[in-house]
Write a protein that binds this ligand. Structure first.
Ligand code: NAD
Length: 475
């Protein structure tokens, strides 16, 4: 059973596919937040006292329950976000896999025995759940990025209150309604910045897990600091792809296409700055233009569609503004640059060149289907450009030479380096950003520990007088 607290106030869920109203969604009020916190704190008593194996069994069952409703949930996700149905199906499947991963981790990951400080003592390191977690979610992967928080938080014994983005309010409640979780262990509150902020400020919430923009993430960090509230933030990206001249050019173009157009460029780790060896840059750009022109942009529910609309009309307006600013900076538009006429929030696949890496940095995060190409003379230049950015979420490198690949692996100052295969997740490895891309890590063992507090217990094997005690000092 899960619970959603609601009020009379509703918000409209508008599909970016055609601008149609898909649902009126009841919004929470700020007072609902405190009511939800009371429920979550009560539920914490029982949930945290279950054994890890008991909780793991519940999570594993949740994974199966998600798979059972995958079709219905994926359709809702496509309707609300515009992502092609195949990508929505992948997202539901991936969220279920994350629950499976953390179910198995919960069975094996305990505290530890620290090396003895003295021969007559034992030091235990106990990992305890934090309490109630507030999860504040973005619209680009409303289910996957929820699972990265909910699965480890629940596996570690916390209860959770999730707040979806107002842009994507439908798929998560549908998915969570199918889960057989104990009463109050998982709640959903719908709302915007006001509800997000109320979660952050609530004294009854022990940790905030946020994914979204750097601007909002930094505000949340500052608010959490007031009470030393635990907080992890996954924020914006402005990631690079380095393309070297010793790889198959057609395959490099396919890799670039995926790194740019998966979820229509609305991936925090999407390639947003292409640094291509000058000896191949013209041929690479020409081939990329051909493949971009062949992308099927259209109804995300139709089979065969490569790219759907952007996730919202507001985001379409942001992309229009990005292209205007790029034009003013002197960009040459080889393809696209405009919204596509019609009822949906569509945008043309866009290819630009003529800007240097500083100008591209100045324009900031794109988060959409615009690919800027910059030539590089040396591999070192590519690494330097990739690192010279406020954000440091990830970098893709297409290179054949092992020495250069390893150089990239060591020298790139980013949270994830993908060599010759853009963007796959490994749930067992940490994900997060350097610099302004984030603080903390999700996924892997790190992503589990992020929902625990470490406690050291010193056990003296008997009450005997110690040399540093006052009684001993006087002797
Ligand atoms: P956003 O920051 O506008 O909103 C994210 C969430 O925060 C939403 O639920 C929103 O309602 C809430 N929110 C807004 N203002 C708030 C406030 N003052 N206090 C508390 N909560 C508040 O981001 P978005 O537009 O939903 O998502 C796009 C951004 O997310 C991009 O910048 C993208 O790079 C980033 N992102 C990062 C990752 C990552 O893992 N690093 C993953 C996905 C998206």
């Amino acid at each position: 059973m899960t619970q959603s607290l609601i009020s009379e106030h509703t918000a409209q869920a508008i599909s970016p596919i055609d601008g149609a109203l898909i649902a009126e969604v009841p919004m929470a009020t700020v007072s609902d937040v405190e009511a939800a916190v009371v429920i979550a704190r009560n539920a914490f008593e029982n949930w945290s006292s279950q054994t890890p194996v008991e909780r793991a069994n519940v999570l594993q069952a949740c994974a199966a329950q998600m798979r059972a409703v995958a079709g219905e949930v994926a359709r809702a996700l496509t309707l609300e976000s515009g992502k092609p149905l195949m990508e929505a199906e992948f997202e539901v499947a991936a969220a279920a896999d994350v629950f499976d991963y953390y179910a198995s981790l919960a069975r094996t990951r305990g505290g530890r025995l620290a090396p003895q400080a003295t021969p007559t003592s034992t030091s235990l390191v106990i990992k305890e759940p934090l309490g109630v977690v507030g999860a504040i979610l973005p619209w680009n992967y409303p289910l996957l990025l929820w699972s990265w928080k909910a699965a480890p938080a629940l596996a570690a014994g916390n209860t959770i209150i999730a707040k979806p983005s107002p842009e994507t309010m439908l798929s998560l409640p549908l998915l969570v309604a199918a889960l057989d979780l104990p009463e109050g262990v998982h709640q959903i509150l719908q709302g915007g910045a006001d509800i997000g902020e109320a979660l952050v400020l609530s004294r009854g919430i022990d940790k905030i897990a946020f994914t979204g923009s750097s601007a909002v993430g930094k505000k949340i960090l500052a608010l959490c600091a007031q009470d030393a509230k635990r907080c992890s933030v996954e924020m914006s990206g402005h990631d690079a792809m380095i393309v070297w001249d010793d790889v198959d050019l057609d395959l490099a173009v396919e890799a670039a296409l995926f790194a740019k157009f998966a979820n229509n460029g609305q991936v925090c780790t999407a390639a947003e700055r292409f640094f291509v060896r000058d000896t191949i840059v013209d041929e690479f750009t020409a081939k990329l233009a051909v493949r971009m022109s062949a992308l099927l942009v259209g109804d995300p529910l139709a089979p065969g569609t490569d790219v759907g609309p952007l996730a919202s009309f507001a985001h379409q307006a942001r992309l229009v503004d990005y292209c205007r600013r790029a034009r003013e900076a002197g960009a040459e538009f080889l393809l696209g640059g405009e919204p596509i006429d019609g009822a949906g929030a569509y945008f043309q696949p866009t290819l630009i060149r003529g800007l240097n890496h500083e100008q591209i940095n100045e324009l900031g995060e794109i988060f959409g289907p615009v690919a800027p190409i910059v030539p590089i003379a040396t591999f070192e230049e590519g690494i330097a450009y990739a690192n010279d950015n406020r954000f440091g979420l990830s970098c893709n490198v297409l290179v054949g030479d092992l020495g250069l690949a390893m150089k990239a692996a060591w020298e790139l100052k980013v949270g994830t380096v993908w060599i010759n295969n853009p963007l796959p997740d490994n749930y067992a490895a940490p994900f997060g950003g350097f610099r302004e891309a984030g603080l903390g890590r999700e996924l892997g063992e790190e992503g589990f520990d992020a929902y625990t507090e470490a406690k050291h217990v010193w056990i003296e094997h008997g009450l005997t007088s110690q040399p540093h005690w006052y009684s001993e000092r006087r002797l």
